[in-house]
Design a protein around this ligand. Structure first.
Ligand code: 4AD
Ligand code: MG
Length: 453
């Protein structure tokens, strides 16, 4: 048994709601002690119906004045939402409850009272709720989303661990940009300038040449001033990198990876998705193969959609430009599963992308765009493996050559075709849960306007 902070005395079996929900056969009259917080309480004469939240679930505890005595009954009745307490009682079968059980309370010890808890069952605005994020995630919705996040993390680790990838953590302090110089968080580093990592990719490229297949999975930072439903300034990314692979191979992996992650959540977290009202059928359709199309095919499709809609807010993609979020939304709404768009213009993509030998103005990169208008969840592709080309691109992008000397070594000593991808954890979770804002998928969001709590 786990160590306990509070010892209720001998012969008392402390249990949890999760433990209770695992029981299959209703065994009346089991004596239990639960430790938790009051989620809600409703009274009816000599009865109190207390919803006890213990972190693992919620169970109804019925207090009867005749059993508890006037004094204890009144003390419990006066407790505010989120007061903490220990409850002793009998576990009895209850067919009306989803759990199959309720507790008939025989005793209680108040641990920490709570008065005026700010988050009540009434509607609160988003700003208020995020100001109270440290309390808000006691509530059912955030609880379900953060459980799904946990499952997605688990699925990600399983996916790469089971396929022979070595976990190789990339550093967070870095001397150079990876994804463009306009979104770097700068910090002072013992008299030098360092940046918070935008991506662990370059280090994984070193990893792939040493170990064949590696991945990192950790926080990354972008100083972009986009306060949108898709952007965080601190987010988690998983970045696998593989030696001896081409763009097609990367696309196969992206597709396979997403199918596995979604299947894991469906298998282990269906109840959380149901609690969120997620349309499960949409996730069940996430099967291989995903539609694949080139940037040129995708822009032609977007142009046709824009022409058909006649909405001044929705116009075709400017020639050789990147997609806007509206473009991604309209395009992905045409499909019932994620799509893969490859070969974007080299000009709009990062310096490390390999140009398509058949058409140097196109990069061997891919973006995976989620269904239901969620937009990009993965970016990846094949890397420039030629020393000369890479030097040319570093110069072309105006990047400081000295910071990339180590990276160029990977092309000096046994360069090979290689590639990988980066999947944004919060973007994945937001899409899987079908919630409106990526901030809901991280415990403590960091955005342009938010650094607290
Ligand atoms: O497309 P990005 O910028 O790609 C890279 O960083 C590559 N170096 C990855 C690689 O090939 N190893 O970012 C990858 C993913 C995006 O598809 C998105 O899911 C997520 O990271 N992402 C963000 N998530 C939340 N907020 C932001 N501001 C994000 N920027 C990127
Ligand atoms: Mg991208």
């Amino acid at each position: 048994m786990l160590p306990r902070r509070l010892d209720p005395g001998p012969n008392v079996m402390i249990t949890t709601v999760a433990e209770i929900s695992r029981r299959r056969t209703p065994t009346d009259d089991t004596v239990v002690t639960l430790q938790g917080w009051i989620y809600n309480v409703a009274g009816k004469g000599k009865l109190l119906f207390l919803q006890l939240r213990d972190g693992s679930g919620i169970i109804q505890c019925v207090c009867n004045k005749a059993t508890l005595g006037d004094e204890l009954f009144d003390v419990i009745k006066a407790l505010g939402q989120e007061s903490s307490l220990e409850i002793d009682g009998l576990l009895v079968a209850d067919t009306r409850s989803k759990l199959g059980f309720e507790v008939q309370v025989t005793g209680a010890r108040i641990v920490g009272p709570s008065d005026g808890y700010p988050i009540t069952p009434k509607d609160h605005g988003d700003a208020f709720l995020f100001d109270h994020r440290h309390l808000w995630f006691r509530s059912k919705g955030p609880h379900a989303i953060l459980h799904v996040r946990h499952l997605v993390v688990q699925a990600i680790r399983n996916y790469f661990d089971e396929r022979g990838f070595l976990l190789l953590d990339s550093p967070i302090f870095t001397p150079n940009a990876c994804e463009g110089t306009s979104t770097l968080f700068e910090t002072e580093y013992f008299g030098r300038t360092a940046y918070l990592s935008q991506s662990g990719q370059l280090y994984q490229e070193a990893g792939a040449t040493a170990f064949g297949k590696t991945y990192c999975f950790g926080p990354t930072f972008r100083a972009e001033k986009s306060d949108t439903r898709r952007h965080l300034n601190e987010f988690w990314m998983v970045e696998p990198e593989i030696a001896f692979i081409d763009l097609e191979g990367i696309m196969d992996m992206c597709e396979d990876f997403i199918v596995e992650v979604v299947a894991h959540v469906l298998k282990h977290g269906r109840h959380h998705l149901e609690a969120l009202g997620r349309d499960i059928a949409v996730l069940e359709r996430v099967q291989k193969p995903f539609p694949r199309m080139s940037y040129d095919e995708a822009t032609a499709m977007i142009a046709a959609l824009a022409a058909a809609k006649g909405d001044p807010e929705f116009t075709a993609v400017e020639p050789e430009d990147d997609f806007g979020s509206r473009h991604e939304t309209e395009l992905t709404q045409q499909f019932d599963r994620p799509i893969m768009v490859h070969r974007y213009p080299t000009a709009v993509k990062a310096f490390y992308m390999k140009a398509d030998p058949a058409r140097p103005e196109r990069a061997l990169g891919v973006d995976v765009l989620a269904s239901e208008g969620y937009g990009e969840i993965i970016g990846g592709g094949q890397r420039e493996d030629s020393y000369d080309e890479l030097v040319r691109k570093i110069n072309h992008h105006g990047l400081p050559m000295e910071a990339f000397e180590w990276y160029l070594d990977l092309r000096r000593y046994g360069t090979v075709p290689h590639g990988g991808m980066g999947a944004g954890l919060e973007r994945l979770v937001t899409w899987i849960c079908d919630v409106k804002n990526v901030r809901q998928s991280v415990p403590f969001p960091r955005t342009v306007t938010r650094l607290t709590p």
